[in-house]
Design a protein around this ligand. Structure first.
Ligand code: SF4
Length: 338
């Protein structure tokens, strides 16, 4: 056995194999085989993860790039990834690291403590688990989040939200924020586009909120796949009904990539329509991503309508939120601001 493998969490015996209980796929894994995500392997009827510390990508990013617009604006986050994913999205932008298995192209070997020490030494405010799918390096993410909490560093997960409730509840004790990709609101399309189920992602969003993790939602609008306006309306209705209207919703522009290389990019018109629908359904903070449209990346006070945060790309030009309130009318603006 590779000495870098670590004992995995959340699994049980199932007849002569192992059932992994980390994500809703609940793979049955025979001896010598791996699950759908390629990161968890059955060796002698024990489940191990191949994704612990063998980082394939690490960089310093503006928090706005994740995207987070209501969480520590203008700060830098240290981003890390290990290969693998629970989904097989046809439009994956990071397929070179998500659709492969760990150890093959890892660039750095870092322990959770080394990551936290690096972040402290450089005065960054947070650690982001991102680029691939962090759920597949759950044990490493959990251990790093625990170490970070002890040192006052915030941790962030950018995820497809495909994780079972028990491991998510445990992670939520240490995690500060999550941006969840809510791909669409149609289960058939979800399955065809990603290989996952819509309802499981919705459960994740509810669990994160219940456990006090700051949430932002990203919805990528892909022509012919996720651009159905009725479906976008249903998604907004669901967010409102589940008391998620105060959490930012980012509508993101698609560019042709991977297995959807022949599609056109999303046109601006559909993004404007999505924004209108979200407003009509009561969503308070709506933004666009992957596109530069005047005013659609800015934050306005939902009480006095004054401009609070002016952004350009990933840069904050001005910020009129003091502590957690609008400087004009004094009302509290949802978010983690300092
Ligand atoms: S985490 Fe991986 S091995 Fe476990 S159930 Fe999900 S896809 Fe399967």
């Amino acid at each position: 056995m590779d000495s870098t493998y670590k004992q995995a969490l959340y699994w049980e015996y199932s007849q002569n194999a192992i059932k992994c209980k980390l994500c809703p796929h609940e793979c049955i894994i025979n001896d010598g085989h791996s699950g759908i995500c390629k990161t968890r392997i059955n060796i002698d009827n024990q489940l191990y993860t191949k994704a612990f510390g063998n980082i394939c990508s690490a960089s310093i990013d503006p928090i706005e790039k994740k995207p987070f617009f209501h969480f520590l604006p203008s700060t830098k986050t240290f981003s890390v990834a290990i290969e693998g994913c629970t989904f097989h999205c046809l439009n994956c932008q990071n397929f070179s690291i998500s659709q492969t298995e760990p150890t093959k192209i890892s660039k750095y070997n870092l322990t959770p403590l080394e990551i936290v020490e690096f972040v402290l030494k450089n005065n960054y405010n947070s650690i982001s688990f991102t680029y691939s799918e962090p759920v597949v390096f759950y044990e490493f993410m959990l251990e790093t989040a625990k170490q970070a909490k002890l040192s006052g560093i915030k941790t962030i997960m950018i995820s497809n939200g495909y994780i079972n409730k028990l491991p998510l509840q445990e992670l939520s004790k240490y995690l500060d924020a999550a941006n969840i990709d809510l791909k669409c609101f149609d289960d058939n399309i979800y399955k065809k586009l990603t290989g996952g189920k819509l309802n499981s992602v919705l459960e994740t969003i509810k669990t994160l909120k219940e456990n006090g993790v700051w949430l932002e939602i990203t919805n990528l609008i892909i022509p012919n796949w996720t651009d159905n306006l009725n479906s976008i309306r249903e998604m907004c209705k669901w967010l409102f009904k589940n008391n998620l209207a105060e959490f930012p919703l980012h509508f993101s522009k698609f560019y042709p990539t991977y297995k959807l290389i022949d599609l056109p990019p999303t046109n601006s018109e559909i993004l404007f329509k999505a924004i209108e629908i979200a407003k009509e359904e009561g969503i308070k903070y709506i933004y666009t991503g992957n596109i530069n449209i005047e005013n659609t990346e800015d934050t306005y006070c939902t009480f006095c309508n004054k401009l609070l945060i002016k952004r350009s790309g990933f840069t904050v030009i001005e910020n009129k939120i003091s502590k957690d309130s609008c400087i004009f009318c004094g009302k509290i603006i949802s978010g983690i601001w300092s």
